[in-house]
Design a protein around this ligand. Sequence first.
Ligand code: SAJ
Length: 448
Amino acid sequence: MPTALLQAIESRTANVVVLGLGYVGLPVACLFAEAGFPVVGIRRSRDKVDMINRGESPIEGDEPGLAELLCRVVSTGQLRATTDYAVCRDAQVVLIAVETPVDRESRRPAYRALRSALTSLGPNLAPGTLVIVESTLAPGTMCDLVAPALEHASGLKATANPEPPIPDSRFYLVHCPERVMPGKLLANIRGCFRVVGGMSPEAAQLAVALYRHVVEAGLDAADALTAELVKTMENAYRDVQIAFANEMALLCEEMGADVWQVRELVNKSPFRNMHLPGAGVGGHCIPKDPWLLIANVGDGFRAGLIPAARAINDEMPLHMADLTAQALREAGREMTGARVAVLGYAYLENSDDTRNSPSAVLVERLGALGAEVVIHDPWVPEYRGDLYERVQGCEAVVVMVAHNEYRELDLVELQGRVARPILIDGRHLFGTEQARATGWVYRSVGVG
Ligand code: SAJ
C-alpha cells in the first residue's frame, strides 16, 4: 500500500477534488471538507460556482443540514468551487460525481457528461492519484470505458491486478456507487453502507480508508464490476418487486378483487413482502438503473424479467388515464373537453422532486385524449396553491402521489367544488367505502 497517499488520507491532508457539484457531488464535497480535508469542487456553470463560493446551496428542495454545512465549510476555506480542471494537478484524490442518465428511446447509457469529465481530468491527472467514480454505471463501464478513457487522456496507466509497485506512471481507480436520495442527501452518505469496487485490491483499500472519514455505515471492498452490479441490481430488484405488485393490481381489477386486501394477507405469510401497487414508478434511480444493469451484458444473455418489469411500471400512469376515461364514459362524458385535475406531480410522496414523474406521462396522455388538465402539488412550486380552488369545475380528480396533504383531503368539501364527483385514486389513499360513502364515483388502482 503506497504509504504517502495512505498517510495523506489518514491525516486528512490529501487534496480532494470533486468533479460535479450536483446532488451527489456537493454533499460529499461538504462532508469531506467537514472531516478536515482541503476540498475543491469543479462545476461547469460559473453562476453555480459563484453561488457555492458565497456559501449558498444550488440544490433545490429541503435537504436537512446541507445549506448550513456548505456555508460553514466555505467560510472556513475547507471547500471552494471552480470551473478550472487545472486544480486536479495538485489532487491526491479525485471523486467523479456526474450524471449518467439513460437515453429515453434507446434505453442505452448516455455517458456524455462522464466522457467529458474524464477527458478534462486526464491531462491534469497526477501519477499516484486515487480516482473514484461515484456515478451509477452500467456493469462493465469501469473496465471498458472509464479506465481506457482516463489512460488515453492522461498517458498514465490504471492500476491493474495484481498490484505492481506504483512507478510514477500509474493511478488508482475505484467505483464507489452513490446512494443518494432526495431529502436525505447527507444522511444517506453518512448512514448507508457502501460497496467500494477497486480496479485493484490496493485501490479499494485506499478508498475504504478515505470513506471511513465520512461514512458511519459498513464499507465493503470488492472489485469494480461487483460494485457496478451491486448498485444497478439493488434498484432493478426493487423495480421488479414493484412491477409484481402492479401486475397483481391489474389482475385484481380484472377479477373484481381488492389487491390492497389481498396484499395485506399475502404479507402475513413469512418471507413475503409484496410492495405497494400504484400510479407509476419515477425518480432518478429506479426507472434508470435496470436499463444500466442489462446494457453491457452481451449476446449470451437475454434479459426477460428486467424489461418486462419496466414495461409494467411504465404502463401504470397510462392505466390511470384509462381508469379516468372509463369513469367519465360511464357517466356519459367523453374525455374530449373534460376538465381533469391531477393531484401530485412529484415522483415521490412529500418530495418536490419531479424527475421521471409518472404524473408527467399521465398529463401528456390526458392532453392527447383531449382533456383540459389542471395540476396541483403542494411540494412543487409551479403547482402549489389552494387545492379546492384548483379543482373547481373539474369532472374528474386523479390522485397520483401519496402526499400527506392528500391523505387529509376533505372529500365532502372537495365534492362541493367539482362539476362531476369522479375520483381516481392511484395510491389507494381513501378506500372504496370512505369515498363512496361521500358520494364519489370512485376507482382505485388495484380494485375491481
Ligand atoms: N414505488 C411504488 N411502490 C413501492 C415503492 C415505490 O410504486 O412499493 C414508487 C414510488 O412512488 C416512486 C418510485 O417507485 O415513484 C421510486 O420510489 P423509491 O421509494 O424507490 O424512492 P427512490 O427512487 O428515491 O429510491 C431510492 C433508492 N436509493 C438509492 O438509489 C440509494 C432505492 O434503492 C431505495 O430502495 C429507495 O430510495 C428507498 O428505499 O428509500
